[in-house]
Design a protein around this ligand. Structure first.
Ligand SMILES: Nc1ncnc2c1ncn2[C@@H]1O[C@H](COP(=O)(O)OP(=O)(O)OP(=O)(O)O)[C@@H](O)[C@H]1O
Ligand SMILES: [Mg+2]
Length: 589
């Protein structure tokens, strides 16, 4: 509890007094709700008085009502303060999560989809909000009310007080003995089962197109179904766990009358003031159920505390991936050769080493290519240059400076990256292209559009360059998106260019035109080219053949053919596939 309060106060920056005041007012309002009981007792006493004073009863009643109303108003004040605190904490939690996300390595977003990140931040910030705004103010009441009630119980007649307290202590002890630590253990399992059910539901919905295409129904439903069954079992076993202890608790806590009434009868025999004793009985019958109510509230509250603690932990876990190392005064890139020195790399949470002892140098102004089987590690090599992740071993440098010492901005400004599956963001085509160089002139933009063969895409769109793409906007095909991404690259015109299957989705006619434009763009730049179509890398200054995360062969196209190794056989296969395609085309012509 202290831990969670400390974390909440941490997120309250600058308004740390809101919470203590909210708790104070909530405690005052709890006391105010108990005071009318005393006035009711006083009124009852006055009613039994032979010289009954109506004006006194009236003033007691007015006081009781006034204090009740004051209690409600103070409670509202407490809620207002707790809401202010909750909004501040929620906002700060979101801001903190977002700023931590900005420091995350780019690769982090590969393994955590934007939907998942948004869900974790939204869900957990709002659980924390509702805990702080609604449940935490009740905490003061949950602590103060029983304490004040115990005070009252002993104030009027300690023997009767004890009689009312005993069943309560007894029922709580039984509850504790029967549930023990299993309650918390269950809560953890319950949260896990809930999360796995939610994840499976998302996976199921996401997989619906595949399921429908392959006419699978029952089998694809299996994981989701299992997670629901697991959740159901968990809830059932929890309900069973509480069934007997809870029934026992309710019966015992409400059985105080069985002790109180015989005790009063005994006390009446010895009492000198019968009216007083009857009055006390009346008071105790009235006040004791308040206790049961408080205990119930405290149970719900402890559940809410557990939820909130988990919510904060889950949110903080999201960004537990260490941010990228950065120098206080980073170095600027002065030249553009790229060097890998003994680089080994495994993806986080993977035991498999994706890259093993990779060393190579791309001299400034040269075009080098990576080829090799799917999954051999080509994209990984390209991504390490842009620091999607940092390698566990070895160093990567640009212009003889370790990339970890270069400022992120400088790195991004000097590298143009066209991804294997380029993503455009929601916005106009113009904004998407200009992203490569926000200050670019319209003339430069038009030139980039022509170089990337995007003119015909834009002409057929309703609002031309201003057409919004993405959700609720116009959709572009994979090849069209790739061409827009290429236009962005042409516009950016950075000295280092990394093209990862940048034309893979293009049709042959466009590919041919784009290749010609690329030749112009890439002239004089340091280029890393990744392609499965070997014809596009044929003219590279040097080609690395990557296999199982290692450089298997290297050399120019002609040299590699002479070697008669992996590249040679890849080339033969590639030639056969082209001949086969041409043959087929001829057959259908
Ligand atoms: N984000 C990731 N997390 C974990 N493993 C990954 C991740 N991305 C890739 N891998 C793994 O690393 C290996 C190399 O992947 P990489 O994308 O570099 O291959 P590639 O040579 O580019 O393949 P392709 O030619 O199909 O694009 C693969 O086995 C892949 O499963
Ligand atoms: Mg790849």
């Amino acid at each position: 509890m202290i831990n969670i309060l400390r974390k909440l106060v941490f997120y309250m920056t600058g308004r740390k007094l809101l919470l203590p005041f909210a708790l104070l007012f909530s405690a005052l309002s709890s006391i105010a709700t108990l005071v009318p009981f005393i006035f009711i007792w006083l009124i009852a006493r006055e009613c039994l008085n032979p010289n009954i004073s109506h004006s006194l009863i009236k003033s007691y009643a007015i006081w009781a009502v006034a204090i009740s109303i004051a209690g409600i108003l103070i409670y509202f004040l407490s809620l207002t303060l707790s809401h202010l605190a909750a909004f501040r904490v929620e906002t700060n939690m979101r801001k903190k999560a977002m700023s931590k996300l900005l420091d995350m390595p780019l690769g982090f977003f590969d393994n955590n989809t934007s939907g998942r990140i948004r869900k974790i931040i939204d869900d957990n910030a709002s659980i924390t909000h509702s805990f702080l705004a609604h449940q935490l103010p009740d905490l003061a009441g949950t602590i103060i009310t029983p304490l004040a009630t115990i005070g009252l119980l002993f104030f009027f007649d300690y023997r009767m007080g004890l009689a009312c307290l005993l069943p309560l202590i007894f029922s709580l002890t039984i509850l504790r003995l029967m549930i023990g630590s299993r309650g918390q253990e269950f809560m953890n399992n319950y949260m896990n089962a809930l999360e796995s059910m939610n994840t499976e539901a998302v996976e199921y919905v996401r997989g619906i197109p595949v399921v429908k295409t392959f006419q699978q129904t029952i089998f694809s439903f299996k994981n989701f179904h299992n997670s629901i069954i697991r959740y159901k079992k968990m809830v059932m076993s929890y309900t069973n766990l509480w069934e007997k202890p809870m029934s026992g608790y309710i019966v015992i806590i409400n059985s105080f009358a069985f002790i109180l009434v015989p005790l009063t009868i005994i006390l009446l025999n010895y009492s000198t003031n019968l009216t007083q004793t009857i009055l006390n009985l009346f008071f105790y019958v009235l006040i004791t159920p308040v206790f049961g109510h408080c205990i119930m509230r405290s149970m719900y509250l402890s559940q809410a505390i557990g939820h909130a603690a988990q919510a904060i932990d889950r949110l903080e876990d999201l960004s537990k991936t260490p941010p990228l190392k950065a120098l206080d005064i980073p170095i600027k890139i002065k030249s553009y050769n790229i060097n890998f020195q003994d680089v080994s790399f495994s993806y986080p949470d993977s035991k498999h080493e994706t890259l093993r002892n990779i060393s190579f140098t791309i001299p400034e102004g040269k075009t080098y290519a990576l080829v090799g089987p799917s999954g051999s590690g080509k994209t990984t090599i390209a991504r390490l240059i842009a620091r999607f992740w940092d390698p566990q071993n070895g160093t990567i440098s640009i212009g003889n400076n370790d990339v970890t010492e270069i400022s992120n901005n400088d790195l991004m400004n000097n590298i143009t990256f066209v991804f294997q599956n380029s993503k455009l963001f929601k916005g106009s085509i113009l904004a998407n292209i200009k992203y490569g160089k926000p200050e670019a002139s319209m003339q430069d933009i038009q030139r980039a559009i022509d170089l990337a063969q995007c003119r015909n895409i834009i002409e057929k769109l309703p609002d031309g360059l201003d057409t919004i793409i993405g959700p609720h906007g116009t959709y572009l095909s994979g090849g069209e998106q790739q061409r827009i991404a290429l236009a962005r690259a042409f516009l950016k015109n950075a000295p280092i260019v990394i093209l990862d299957e940048a034309t893979a989705f293009s049709d042959p006619e466009n590919e041919d035109l784009i290749q010609k434009s690329l030749q112009r763009l890439l002239r004089g730049k340091t280029v890393l080219l990744i392609a499965h179509r070997l014809s596009s890398v044929k003219n590279a200054d040097n080609i690395f053949v990557i296999k199982d995360g290692k450089i298997a062969e290297q050399g120019s196209h002609d040299m590699l053919l002479l070697k008669e190794g992996l590249y040679h056989s890849m080339w033969n296969t590639y030639q056969q596939s082209i001949e086969w395609t041409i043959g087929k085309e001829a057959q259908y012509a």
